[in-house]
Design a protein around this ligand. Structure first.
Ligand code: ADP
Length: 498
């Protein structure tokens, strides 16, 4: 990717230069050399920033994992939460880098979904509220009174654009407020992010949209990777919209994004409620062989599958895997692509020759399906999963490959409002206290104060063991930023206690 990034960067730089006279070969060479050096410097700066970005979450993972190992400090659940969030952050970073390469290669695909527009904006503000609060800034959502309830958009990409702009506004503002203004007329949505921050000099306003460009001495100190606005602008263009900036040094900035977001003709039906967690499966016992040279990965997947009732055996290389498979005749093999020595693709091919089509083989890899191996749907393997993967994705693939049906715990959302404490209602000894915490949670949800919500949920969990399930559900809703589900849980507990 680095080579292509360099080309992109060079392209951006060359657009504005062109000072060399056409017949002056020396000047042309010098300009080319300077452009190459600038691109190289930018690449080095970029790699240094990326490795810095990677280091902080990695440190958190490393630190908490050691605490867990020594059984010290925080309890296991909160340590695991930090680890999971850090891993999510890392995977977002990787996604950002992939975005850049996708945008550059013209391979980015947009989804088109009907989204609940006002709630989408509320959730976005809730996500950024803490960041603004930490700097003592007001974060204001100033939306036109009658926004449509639904609009068509790619929610992930639209969120990414607005988060980039609002997060920048917070980052480059020390006093005052950041406002997200939203207007909608004739299918045209206008988002304006206004801050009272350090501003941008007129000569820099075009430059900031180029990759790796950060401007100004003061801004430079706070600057990040320098990819945010480049990705934002590219996304807005791909969505068929436009982005503009008006700013003056010391007087704040105003970024305006205009996008056509059509309204669906009829309101869409709500998606089916999330199914509950998988606790087992129907039918006979299944055998799985895991092949990976990373013991931590083997232990993780084994830890996921064994409690569900699978018989799991592990191997670290091709020879071991073949011997194991001959011995246990597994239903499924999960095989890492990057093994030490023989590649995973070759191991899969050998397993396929010995066991035929009845054996299901799923390849796992940190790289794309074409990385040095046969195609994803080649004869040796049945399918392919990219690492890191979501457990639910792995379980979906396993069920599809083995034609199995999962046994699930009662659903999380959807039914949440009707059964706040799970099957059993909260005992009357704690219900009023839980209701008081829930009233506070409802208030905090409205202002999006995530840390305080977490504290209230912890307080509910501490009331009595019977409240643990409710607290878990609330944490689940908070972790997935489903503030609506959280609020309805809180409401239902209060109604129950009344
Ligand atoms: P970064 O990761 O540095 O924030 P971006 O591409 O998002 O990268 O922004 C590029 C540069 O544009 C920033 O480094 C900063 O100099 C400038 N900039 C972006 N948004 C603002 C803003 N709201 N106020 C002042 N400067 C800004």
């Amino acid at each position: 990717m680095a080579g292509r990034l360099t080309n992109w960067l060079k392209g951006q730089g060359e657009g504005g230069s062109g000072t060399a006279a056409p017949d002056d070969a020396v000047a042309q060479l010098r300009a080319a050399k300077e452009a190459a050096e600038a691109a190289n410097e930018a690449k080095t700066r970029f790699l240094a920033s990326v490795s810095h970005e990677i280091r902080s979450p990695l440190n958190a993972i490393y630190g908490y994992a050691q605490l867990l190992e020594r059984n010290e400090g925080k309890d296991a659940v909160s340590a695991a939460r930090v680890i999971r969030r850090s891993a999510e952050h890392l995977s977002h970073l990787v996604e950002g880098l992939l975005d850049i390469s996708q945008v550059e290669g013209g391979a980015l695909r947009l989804s088109r979904e009907a989204i609940r527009f006002p709630e989408f904006l509320d959730q976005l503000i809730a996500m950024l509220e803490l960041q603004a609060q930490a700097k003592g800034l007001a974060l204001v959502l100033d939306r036109q009174e009658h926004l449509p309830e639904f609009v068509h958009a790619d929610p992930k990409r639209l969120r990414q654009v607005l988060i980039n702009l609002v997060a920048n506004a917070i980052k480059f503002t020390d006093h005052g407020a950041v406002t997200l203004k939203v207007a909608y007329r004739n299918q045209l949505a206008t988002f304006t992010v206004i801050d009272t921050g350090i501003g941008i000099a007129p000569e820099d306003t075009a430059r900031i949209f180029a990759p790796f460009e950060r401007v100004g001495g003061e801004a430079g100190e706070r600057a990040g990777v320098g990819l945010g606005l480049a990705i934002t602008q590219a996304l807005v263009h791909i969505m068929g919209g436009e982005i503009r900036v008006e700013s003056a040094l010391g007087e704040g900035s105003r970024f305006t994004v205009r996008l056509m977001l059509s309204q669906p003709l009829a309101p869409p039906t709500d998606p089916a409620p999330e199914p509950g967690a998988v606790t087992g499966y129907l039918g006979r016992e299944r055998w799985v062989v895991l092949i990976d040279d990373d013991p931590a990965h083997l232990a993780m997947v084994r830890g996921l599958l064994e409690p569900l009732g699978f018989q799991v055996r592990t191997a670290s290389d091709g020879e071991g895997a073949l011997a194991l498979a001959a011995q246990v005749q597994p239903d499924l093999v999960l095989c890492d692509v990057m093994l030490v020595g023989e590649s995973g693709w070759d191991v899969a091919a050998r397993l396929r020759r010995r066991h035929g089509a009845a054996l299901k083989i799923v390849m796992l890899s940190g790289e794309g399906p074409r990385s040095g191996g046969p195609l994803a749907d080649g004869p040796a393997n049945d399918t392919f999963i990219m690492k890191p993967f979501d457990f639910t994705v792995l379980l979906d693939v396993i069920a599809a490959q083995l034609g199995m049906e999962w046994v699930r715990a009662p659903g999380l959302s959807g039914t949440a409002a009707e059964a706040p404490g799970g099957a059993a209602p909260l005992p009357f000894t704690i219900a009023p206290r839980a209701a008081a915490h829930c009233a506070e949670i409802e208030r905090l949800v409205r202002i999006g104060h995530v840390r305080a919500i977490e504290a209230e949920i912890d307080a509910i969990a501490a009331l009595a063991p019977e409240a643990a399930l409710l607290a878990d559900r609330m944490r689940g809703a908070l972790d997935s930023f489903d503030l609506k589900a959280l609020a309805s849980l809180a409401k239902a507990v209060q109604a129950d206690a009344a």
